[in-house]
Design a protein around this ligand. Structure first.
Ligand code: COA
Length: 264
């Protein structure tokens, strides 16, 4: 697949997806939203045997992403309310498609992740940031709202940090992003790619179906009490144990060999 605003590079089991509008700091408009959604839906539908085992989301140029394109948003004043809602729903679908990608998504954050850029970090499963990177839910500074990204951001940072950061719109360092669960690792800029690749390499040895099932398990279980979740968690592990992949993983361990899915 080729896109105007995204670079997609596949190398073996990893796909590298790069936002590619460096002249506007990778701000996303309706075209980028359509492309990101199309990419996510396409890759989600690929059969397990041919789809990537892990995706790295990065930004070209000076920074990861400056959020929604302000020029595009300013123009929406000419839209009807219905057109505006439709536009925002398309953005919501993009975040949902990335959030539920059945493949681990690793965010490589350099420079800044602001507004919707912080929203993109929130839908990554693993976020690795350089120590100089700035984050911010900056929307109120522009008189707007981190509305579409809020379900995804709240799931990561919780209500307390959201009260502080959504209301003030303040920018905060990568160290704070790590404290609130928006980033998982913060490293010097020179070590960013090595730190990202260390996470990528973990997926050489994790069972791809098991990884997808673990990803689905988290939001499902989070919306249930432990008691209510007992039946579905029992069914989830029962299904994995008897699956071809589960049997292969268990046998490989007992036979002291690598599982068939292991990638060099
Ligand atoms: N939407 C549209 N254009 C944007 C943008 C955005 N979110 N963020 C940056 N740009 C554009 C700038 O307007 C500028 O365009 P120009 O060259 O035509 O003047 C270009 O990208 C470079 O931006 P500049 O501010 O000169 O670069 P910088 O590297 O010094 O700073 C940022 C980059 C991202 C820190 C700064 O542009 C910024 O704070 N942007 C707003 C981020 C934000 O609040 N996003 C939330 C949107 S909801």
């Amino acid at each position: 697949m080729t896109f105007a605003s995204l670079l997609v590079e596949r190398a073996g089991f990893v796909e590298r997806l790069t936002l590619n509008r460096p002249e506007v700091r990778n701000a996303f408009n309706d075209h980028v939203i359509a492309e990101l959604t199309e990419w996510a839906l396409h890759v989600s539908r690929e059969p397990l045997s041919s789809r990537p085992r892990v995706v790295v989301l990065a930004g070209a140029g000076k920074m990861f992403c400056a959020g929604a394109d302000v020029t595009w948003m300013a123009k929406t004043v000419e839209y009807t309310e219905e057109e505006n809602v439709r536009d925002a729903m398309a953005m919501s679908r993009m975040f949902h498609a990335l959030d539920t990608l059945p493949i681990p998504l690793v965010g490589r954050i350099h420079g800044a992740a602001l507004g919707g850029g912080a929203g993109l970090a929130a839908v990554c499963d693993i976020v690795v940031a350089e120590d100089g990177a700035l984050f911010g839910f900056t929307e109120t500074k522009l008189g707007i709202l981190p509305a579409v990204i809020s379900p995804f951001a709240l799931a990561k940072i919780g209500r307390s940090a959201a009260r502080e950061l959504f209301l003030t719109g303040m920018r905060f360092p990568a160290s704070r992003a790590k404290e609130i669960g928006l980033a998982h690792a913060v490293v010097p800029a020179a070590e960013l790619d090595a730190a990202v690749n260390a996470y990528v390499d973990e997926f050489k040895t994790a069972g791809p179906e098991a990884v997808a099932a673990a990803k689905t398990l988290i939001p499902t279980v989070s919306s249930h009490s432990a008691e209510a979740a007992a039946d579905l968690t029992a069914r989830a592990i029962a299904a994995r144990r008897v699956s071809k992949e589960g049997q292969e993983g268990l046998r490989a361990f007992l036979e002291k060999r690598s599982p068939s899915w292991k990638t060099q």
